[in-house]
Design a protein around this ligand. Structure first.
Ligand SMILES: O=C(CO)[C@H](O)[C@H](O)COP(=O)(O)O
Length: 216
């Protein structure tokens, strides 16, 4: 069963509670954190995550597009994150592993993401520490960009590595996901689809989530 993770980056922040309440039948709620340094944009942070945590029981999938994530992972866990995804490019290998261990030691799920220009084998040394790998299918920083189909080679490669080792690590994609690109991702072996503008730009959110699952 494909999991859907609507990204609140594309929600109407003046009505964030209503926007979240309009999402039914999605497994995760994707929460994008941007620091203006790791990516050329600034989004929301810990106080907003705390508010969202009080509002919903959904699994909160927190994507940290920030430098030196090891400094902040515990704060995001305390604020209510269920899954914390950091970037492989955001710190040294030692501190990246340390951050992943802190997440798991807190009883939360650890994820690692890679930007489109990062070679896929950059995440392999961390596989045993991971519950999720997030393959970016746009340059991180902004919603509403065009899907990069060439990133699906990474998905196929990771699918094979994860399956041959019998690991439970999920593969997630983020950026430019709509019902057409979702089909390509599912065929390549993706487990979780992040979708921002496709979900929050649609009137019928239940309908679009169903189409993203390739059910209609
Ligand atoms: O992480 C992100 C951008 O860095 C967003 O989650 C992503 O771009 C979703 O937006 P859309 O579905 O509109 O492409």
């Amino acid at each position: 069963m494909i999991k859907i993770a609507p990204s609140i980056l594309s929600a109407d922040f003046t009505r964030l509670g209503e926007e979240i309440a309009s999402i039914r039948d999605a497994e995760y709620l994707h929460f994008d954190v941007m620091d203006g340094i790791f990516v050329p944009n600034i989004s929301v942070g810990i106080p907003v995550l705390e508010a969202v945590r009080k509002f919903t029981d959904m699994t909160l999938d927190v994507h940290l597009m920030i430098t030196e994530p090891v400094r902040y992972v515990k704060n995001f866990i305390d604020a209510g994150a269920d899954i914390v995804v950091i970037h492989v490019e955001a710190d040294t290998p030692e501190r990246t592993a340390e951050a992943l261990k802190v997440i798991r030691a807190s009883g939360k799920r650890a994820g690692l993401s890679l930007k489109p220009k990062t070679p896929v084998d950059a995440v392999l040394p961390y596989l045993d520490l991971l519950d999720l790998i997030l393959v970016m299918t746009v340059e991180p920083g902004f919603g509403g960009q065009k899907f990069m189909a060439d990133q699906l080679d990474k998905v196929r490669y990771l699918r094979a590595r994860i399956d041959e080792r019998g690991l439970g690590c999920e593969i997630e994609v983020d950026g430019g996901i709509n019902p057409e690109t979702a089909k390509l991702c599912v065929d390549a072996g993706v487990d979780v689809l992040v979708a921002g503008s496709a979900v929050f730009g649609a009137g019928d959110r239940t309908g679009v989530i169903r189409r993203l699952r390739c059910l209609s």
